[in-house]
Design a binder for this molecule. Structure first.
Ligand code: PLP
Length: 536
């Protein structure tokens, strides 16, 4: 496998090949509905463990991303600068510190919430925002007015993506960002994080309805040829390849941190456990593993929206809804409330590729694209599909899954608070008072519950459980678990950045009740017009 290369990308459904990194970042989704994947997964260089051991987060990100982005596309000095600016906004010097949660069980937490919006999505979206800016500045050199290439980013959010995307794109030239969210259904802190950003290029649209209604609007807008040709729509949801790429860094960074902990020996195995919804976060871990990171199986932790867990329990059946055909369940971990996991398509492509019996790599790719297209088509028309045995076994070799119920989530939050008193906490961590223990957010609690089950089956194996959000973002679940516990006082976990946030000046545009997507389209056009005329 090559190290310096011209890395190219293709669509999982086969209609586009040979695309550049810039193409796939700016497009987000392929025209055939597929997701972009690199034509080859690069290997970590020989001696990476010793040579990368003491690199900073930024230096490590640079080494990893250099394997996926051709130098001819982004000169190395520019890439370094983009990375450095992306993580300068993080509050913790290590960016994503590793904390020992339970020394006896070798259980560590990877705190991913030290970015501007206190959720792991910042790791990717700070980077993506700077990439968009970089490509646009380059395209627009020497251009004025109407000749400038502008993009309009549109996304729906149940909370975390929207705020992280807004913080990644606020104030960026030639980019407007629209975030749709269901009125009253994101947490008050999340709503305030979005609506209090007053930069003229940021537009929050509140929808009377559910997250799915928001997503339907966004899908309809992306499917509209007129708006696409006049406004250059771009996507920031977790299907954007740059997000997966940026997330690979913390898997390798945390592994290297683990090797420096006293309990670690080179012979002992290690596992990552990842609270999962759209499968973007854990997919980055899988890329790291394929590149050569010596991780044992990756553990998928789902809430009651358990399509991934059902895939593993049924031997490879991927179906929307449960047997009763129910829709999305509202849980204490709303960022994982999904019906299907979009990024799973990327894993399926690689598994179909590796199990194809074709004789050349090109033929294998073609077969993989055909399989993925037909499965995803079946998902659309029949609500599900089954993968062949070899593909399922491929998935099973690298993953296992755990489903954690709503009640178990709350119970885990409480029991961790009662029993965990980590000593190596940095500033801004989630330990509250003098007497109380560590406070998990509900998504992280799902990961920890799954970790404890995995440890039970695999005693002695080191576990890194990904902590995807700060608990202060999810006050109601945390209160439900901890009110009345010794030493618990929510105000003590509240980061200073959140104090007074809900009282700040806000700007949102409500989407009228009963509005159709065409009305949302007119709203978008109108807001962009006003922004360009400097009326915002
Ligand atoms: C988005 C999110 C997840 C799920 O990540 P996926 O990449 O969608 O699997 C988990 N926890 C939190 C807090 C999130 O914001």
């Amino acid at each position: 496998m090559s190290h310096t290369l011209s890395q190219k990308y293709l669509s999982t459904r086969g209609a586009s090949y040979g695309l550049s990194f810039e193409d796939v970042v700016m497009k987000g989704l392929a025209a055939d509905g597929g997701l972009f994947v690199p034509e080859e997964i690069p290997a970590l260089p020989a001696n990476w463990e010793s040579e990368w051991r003491d690199l900073s987060f930024e230096e490590l990100a640079f080494r990893i991303m250099s394997l996926y982005i051709s130098e001819s596309e982004i000169p190395r000095e520019d890439l370094k600068d983009i990375i450095n600016r992306s993580y300068a906004t993080f509050r913790h010097s290590e960016r994503t510190p590793l904390v020992e949660l339970d020394g006896k069980r070798n259980l560590h937490l990877l705190e991913l919430f030290h970015g501007p919006t206190f959720a792991f999505k910042d790791v990717a979206l700070q980077f993506l925002g700077n990439l968009f800016e970089y490509f646009l500045v380059r395209r627009n050199q020497g251009k004025e007015g109407k000749d400038r290439h502008r993009i309009v980013v549109i996304g729906a959010t149940s909370g975390d993506t929207g705020s992280a995307a807004i913080y990644g794109l606020r104030g960026k030239q030639d980019v407007s960002i629209f975030i749709l969210y269901p009125d009253g259904k994101v947490s008050p802190i999340q709503a305030a994080q979005m609506s209090s950003i007053l930069d003229p290029n940021v537009h929050c649209l509140t929808v009377e309805g559910s997250f799915d209604d928001c997503q339907d609007f966004v899908k309809a807008l992306f499917a509209d040829p007129e708006l696409n040709s006049t406004h250059n729509l771009a996507a920031v949801n977790s299907i954007n390849w740059a997000r997966i790429l940026a997330q690979i860094t913390y898997y390798i960074h945390s592994y290297l941190a683990l090797t420096k902990t006293p309990g670690f020996s080179k012979e002992s195995k290690m596992r990552f456990v990842v609270p999962s919804g759209n499968f973007g976060d854990i997919l980055a871990g899988w890329f790291a593993k394929r590149m050569g990171l010596p991780a044992d199986r990756l553990v998928i932790a789902t809430n009651e929206n358990d399509i991934l867990d059902r895939f593993f329990r049924t031997g490879g059946s991927y179906t929307k809804g449960d047997s009763k055909g129910a829709g999305v369940k509202e849980t204490h971990s709303p960022a994982m409330d999904i019906l299907v996991s979009s990024n799973f398509e990327r894993l399926l492509w690689f598994l179909a590729f590796q199990t194809s019996d074709a004789s050349t790599a090109d033929e294998q790719r073609k077969q993989a694209c055909e399989s993925v297209s037909s499965w995803l088509n079946q998902l659309k028309t029949e609500g599900g599909f089954n993968v062949p045995k070899a593909v399922f076994e491929g998935a099973q070799a690298e993953f296992e899954s755990e489903r954690v119920s709503n009640d178990e989530t709350i119970a885990q939050l409480r029991s961790t608070y009662q029993t965990s008193f980590p000593s190596n906490l940095g500033p801004g961590s989630a330990k509250s008072s003098k007497t109380g223990g560590y406070i998990l957010d509900p998504h992280t609690a799902i990961g920890v519950a799954a970790s404890l089950r995995s440890i039970e089956r695999n005693p002695g194996v080191s576990h890194i459980s990904l902590s995807t959000a700060h608990p202060a973002k999810f006050a109601s679940a945390v209160d439900l678990a901890l009110t009345g516990e010794d030493g618990y006082d929510f105000s003590e976990v509240l980061p200073k950045e959140f104090i007074g946030l809900e009282q700040r000046e806000k700007r949102v545009t409500p989407v009228g009740p009963g509005a159709g997507w065409q009305q949302v389209r007119e709203l978008v056009k109108n807001e962009v017009e006003q922004e360009l005329q400097g009326k915002r």
